[in-house]
Design a protein around this ligand. Structure first.
Ligand SMILES: CC(C)(COP(=O)(O)OP(=O)(O)OC[C@H]1O[C@@H](n2cnc3c(N)ncnc32)[C@H](O)[C@@H]1OP(=O)(O)O)[C@@H](O)C(=O)NCCC(=O)NCCS
Length: 176
C-alpha cells in the first residue's frame, strides 16, 4: 500500500535506512502496520483502529522527543523512501531505563532491516545520546526478536512478566 507522508527531519542513517521523527500526520502509517495480526502477535496491545493509532502517536510517541530527547523513530528505506516501520529508544520513567524496540511491516521482514536498525539505534544511543545502559525485552516465543537482541550482543538478565507477557530481559552497557 502506498502512502504519502511528510518527512520530518532525518535524525541519523544507517547503510540502507534513515531514521526520522514521527509527526502527527503519520497515524495512517502506524495503523496500516498495526492492522496486520502478525505484527501484534507477541505484544500486548488491542487491535488497531485509526483512532487508537492516532492516540498512540499523540500521547505516547510524540511527547517523548521533547521530554527525553529521543523515542521511537520512523524508519524508511534510503532507496525509494518507503516507510517500513519503527525502531528506537524509549525512556521508561517507571523503570528509569531506556529500552530498544522495533516493529516492521511484514512485507519488509527477512531483509535484515530490523537487525540493521537495532544496531544503528544502539550506536546512536551510546555515542550520540551518551546513554550508559540500554535494555530490551522480547516475548519468550518471539524468536526473530530474540535473535536480533542476540546479534546486538546484549546480555541476558532474567525472565519476567511485563505487560502481562512472559519476556526475556537483556541489557547492554556502553563499554560492551
Ligand atoms: C521482530 C521483527 C522486527 C524482525 O524483523 P525481520 O525483518 O525479520 O528481522 P531481520 O531480517 O533483521 O532478521 C532477524 C533475525 O531473526 C531471524 N528470524 C526471523 N524470523 C525468524 C523466525 N520466525 N524464527 C527464527 N528466526 C527468525 C532472521 O533469520 C535473522 O537472523 P539472521 O540474521 O541470523 O539470519 C519483526 O518480526 C516484527 O516487526 N515483528 C512484530 C513486532 C515485534 O514483535 N517486535 C519486537 C517486540 S519485542
Amino acid at each position: 500500500m502506498a502512502f504519502s507522508f511528510h518527512m520530518g527531519p532525518v535524525i541519523f542513517t544507517s547503510k540502507r535506512l534513515l531514521f526520522r521523527q514521527f509527526n502527527i500526520d503519520d497515524a495512517a502509517l502506524i495503523h496500516h502496520m498495526n492492522s496486520d495480526p502478525l505484527v501484534l502477535k507477541y505484544v500486548h496491545e488491542l487491535p488497531s483502529t485509526p483512532e487508537r493509532a492516532f492516540e498512540r502517536l499523540q500521547n505516547s510517541i510524540l511527547p517523548h522527543y521533547n521530554q527525553y530527547g529521543y523515542g521511537r523513530w520512523a524508519v524508511q528505506l534510503k532507496e525509494g523512501n518507503d516507510f517500513i516501520g519503527w525502531c528506537g529508544l524509549k525512556f521508561r520513567p517507571e523503570r528509569k531505563e531506556t529500552d530498544l524496540g522495533y516493529r516492521f511491516i511484514p512485507s519488509y521482514w527477512g531483509n535484515g532491516y530490523a537487525s540493521e536498525a537495532a544496531m544503528a539505534c544502539l550506536e546512536y544511543g551510546f555515542h550520540h545520546l551518551l546513554l550508559n545502559r540500554i535494555t530490551a525485552t522480547a516475548h519468550v516465543k518471539n524468536t526473530a526478536s530474540l535473535r536480533i537482541i542476540q546479534k546486538c550482543n546484549m546480555q541476558y538478565l532474567r525472565d519476567e512478566v511485563v505487560d502481562h507477557c512472559p519476556v526475556k530481559s537483556f541489557e547492554k552497557l556502553k563499554s560492551e
